[in-house]
Write a protein that binds this ligand. Structure first.
Ligand code: G6P
Length: 776
């Protein structure tokens, strides 16, 4: 109550002050109006009296003059009247004022002196000794008098103005009463509003925060609901972030304490931050990739700008690392509104609601994009590295663009690195094979790593590329090259042997080219295993989520399979659909029960192969649906659009089985995301043996996606799997993903990179003696 009073006291004072001001203004206006009115009336009367008196001035003062004057004085509020000679002596005067105004007042003297009407308000008149004067306030209107066009004195009308004071006093009283009532009403209402609109929600927010602080939520209970409302939405957003951070920090601390206790060690964002701070001594981290972590798109319809997180394994993996380490991420600004949200240096801080690192955008023309991104990267290198039987296309003009864009990105990276001693660069993927050497040549003190997110084929396959030598040479500019699995490292070393002149050291997986040593290592990439289990964040159960999704999509099914992919010919989407068809034929009992929800983010659609593939996928889904569907049930629900991480998380939660059937994949993070999201230990993962993830997730049902029968059987096995078996497998896989999470990936890679720096110095010395001929 005291707090409420404290909050409304300034309001009371302000309302009272404003009301008082109004009252004062009203009184002043009232007084002015009444006085003007009186003056006007006096003027008319004065003229009348003047007309009657002036003809009588020719004669000596007589009773007529006195009679006229007295008759005039009978008007309302008129206290009296007088006629004065030029010396100021009263020639005729009404009795009521005779005692005080025998001699003319100032107004009359002025009227005679200036030959003009005069008005005067006189107050504080004291009664004379005889007590005749009981009037304390008068208005005197004086009019000059003429005789034969010469001034012959003045007449004066005396009005009693006490009625004005009485009226003004009434007005003042009414206004003050009004002001008082207003102050009471407004303050009362404000008090109520404050209590209802602010105090109650604030109290609930405080209660909510307290519940979080004392650990009510981590005890498994859902957090108490937060009050809604526009005013509070922003505050809630902030408080929610704060609470989430707090909860995460607590979960991390608890987890670390638990692991310390069991002797195990888990990498968390916080641990990575601390570890890098110690290892890198505040040296900033630079990341370069083609795909940016946040794209800004303009909505054609309403002109608004929407921010999206693109569907990309690189983004999924790198974002948590940047969040943990700050740093600068250099990437291609490819969103339609990207230009509009950067500063003069083409930079912006991201994520928008929790700015933690800098995104530096690099621009490309449409032609460059066609040559660098669509052409060389995705029609050349992508099919070259994936065994998916799509022929790579290498055009000389695309190669020119590829070199030019690598140079542009290298220059931007070098510009960003200016002033930083021994910077650390993590280059990403097949778009930037030439960049490591470009950076290293300009900044030998930089420690450069490149991570290849897709498979590396065998030397024979890679030899198809007309520029294999340049690509391998560019990569060997790095101090460290990372692949997902050992096989890709082996393939790379073989390719080096075939393509360039260098010393490959198989015993320690390093390449020495012209005295520069590049290490080649497997780093299986991963996801940030959520430190707070989704169920603790208030998620629905699998069943409830399934029902909600059915409702939203207007479908009917009691069992879901889920597939999440960019629509890419390497992902085995058609094989998956055909396996569903076969499964429903083999096990008709699952018809009208089981549906595959296939999230398909259209990808690289300006490339004919991708556009055609998207059409093929749609057609295949329609063909199979036409064969089986009844009522609101259909075997394949193809959701052809980009979905946010939050949306996808709901599908993972609702699914009985997740299908990852890539024909060839560097790692595939969907498999790991699904596992990480299933805190309920339920659900089965079907995983292609041709995805890098299969090396770690051996408790998935491993399949050859080309084998439709095997895949269809795996779906059946998954759907029939007892809950205990599901839980056992899921727990194992969760342990693997949790321990080998993205923070461990970054920590391993970056700590190897820092070690190499020391070795590189040693090698430089050795080079002087062993490889004098290659020192150029
Ligand atoms: C793969 C590549 C990434 C790429 C992603 C999405 O995961 O390794 O570098 O970002 O696909 O493809 P996009 O062409 O849309 O960037």
């Amino acid at each position: 109550m005291r707090t409420t009073l404290k909050m409304v006291l300034p309001l009371i004072v302000s309302v009272a002050a404003v009301s008082g001001l109004f009252a004062w203004y009203q009184v002043r206006t009232e007084r002015r109006i009444l006085r003007n009115d009186l003056t006007r009336r006096a003027e008319i009367l004065g003229e009348g009296l003047q007309e009657s008196v002036e003809p009588l001035l020719d004669r000596a003062p007589d009773k007529n003059l006195q009679r006229i004057v007295e008759r005039f004085a009978e008007r309302e509020h008129l206290k009296g009247a007088a006629v004065y000679d030029p010396e100021g002596r009263a020639l005729a005067i009404t009795p009521g004022i005779a005692a005080t105004f025998q001699y003319w007042p100032e107004a009359a003297r002025n009227a005679a002196g200036r030959d003009a009407n005069q008005d005067e308000f006189v107050s504080d008149l004291r009664p004379d000794k005889t007590g005749n004067e009981d009037v304390l306030a008068l208005h005197i209107h004086a009019v000059p008098l003429h005789r034969n066009d010469e001034l012959a004195g003045a007449l004066a009308l005396f009005h009693d103005t006490s009625y004005i004071d009485v009226q003004v006093a009434h007005t003042l009283r009414d206004s003050l009463v009004n002001a008082l009532v207003q102050t009471i009403l407004i303050t009362g209402l404000a008090l109520l509003l404050v209590r209802w609109t602010f105090m109650r929600p604030l109290r609930r927010t405080a209660h909510w925060l307290r519940t979080l602080r004392i650990g009510g939520v981590s005890g498994g209970k859902a957090p108490p609901g937060l009050p809604g409302g526009e005013i509070f939405d922003q505050l809630h957003q902030e408080v929610t972030h704060l609470a989430r951070d707090l909860n995460m920090a607590r979960a991390t601390a608890e987890e670390e304490a638990r692991l310390r206790d069991t002797g195990a060690s888990l990498w968390t964002g916080e641990r990575l931050r601390v570890s890098l701070r110690n290892k890198l001594h505040h040296t900033p981290l630079y990341v370069v990739s083609n795909r940016e972590p946040y794209m800004h798109e303009r909505n054609e319809k309403d002109g608004s700008i929407r921010m999206i997180v693109p569907a990309s394994g690189v983004v999924t993996a790198l974002e948590p690392v940047l969040l943990a380490c700050n740093g600068t991420w250099v990437a291609n600004g490819s969103g339609s509104a990207d230009h509009e949200v950067v500063d003069a240096n083409d930079q912006l801080r991201v994520p928008p609601d929790h700015p933690s690192y800098t995104l530096r955008r690099v621009w490309m023309t449409d032609e460059e994009d066609r040559g660098f991104y669509e052409g060389f990267s995705n029609e050349g290198l992508w099919p070259l590295c994936h065994i998916a039987h799509t022929r790579p296309v290498f055009r000389p003009e695309d190669w020119i663009h590829y070199q030019r864009i690598n140079r542009r990105f290298a220059d931007v990276v070098l510009q960003e690195m200016e002033g930083t001693e021994s910077p650390i660069l993590l280059a990403q993927d097949y778009h930037f094979a030439l960049l490591p050497r470009m950076v290293k040549e300009a900044r030998p003190d930089a420690r450069v790593a490149i991570f290849w997110h897709i498979p590396w084929p065998n030397a024979e396959m890679f030899g198809i590329c007309p520029w294999q030598r340049e690509l391998v040479d560019g990569l060997l500019g790095a101090d460290l090259i990372g692949f997902h699995i050992q096989t890709h490292c082996n393939n790379f070393l073989e390719t080096v042997d075939h393509a360039v002149e260098a010393l490959t050291e198989w015993d320690r997986f390093a390449v020495n080219r012209h005295g520069h040593v590049t290490r080649v290592r497997p780093y299986p990439i991963s996801v940030a295993f959520p430190e707070i289990a989704p169920t603790e964040q208030g998620n629905r159960s699998a069943g409830a989520e399934r029902a909600a999704i059915c409702e939203e999509l207007g479908i009917e099914a009691s069992l879901f399979g889920v597939g999440v992919d960019r629509v890419d010919y390497t992902k085995g989407i058609l094989e998956r659909f055909r396996a569903i068809e076969r499964f429903l034929e083999q096990y008709p009992a699952y018809q009208r029960r089981f549906s595959l929800l296939q999230i398909g983010a259209p990808s690289r659609t300006d490339i004919a192969r991708y556009k055609n593939f998207l059409d093929e996928v749609v057609a295949e889904a329609e063909r199979i649906n036409a064969k089986f569907h009844t009522g609101r049930w259909k075997p394949i629900v193809f959701l052809k659009r980009h979905h946010t991480h939050e949306e996808i998380a709901r599908y993972y939660q609702a699914a009985s089985v997740c299908l990852v059937t890539s024909l060839h994949d560097g790692m595939n993070l969907v498999a790991k995301e699904f596992v990480a999201s299933r805190a309920d230990d339920q659900g089965v993962l079907i995983l292609s043996t041709f995805a890098g993830a299969a090396r770690e997730l051996s408790d998935a049902l491993l399949v050859n996606p080309y084998d439709v029968m095997q895949l269809s059987e795996a779906i059946h096995t998954a759907l029939e799997m007892p809950e205990a078996e599901q839980a056992k497998r899921m727990q194992w896989m969760r342990r693997v993903v949790k321990e080998h999470n993205i923070y461990r990936w970054a920590a391993n890679l970056l700590s190897d990179l820092t070690e190499i720096r020391i070795e590189a110095a040693e090698r430089a010395e050795a080079r002087q003696t062993q490889w004098p001929g290659h020192a150029a």
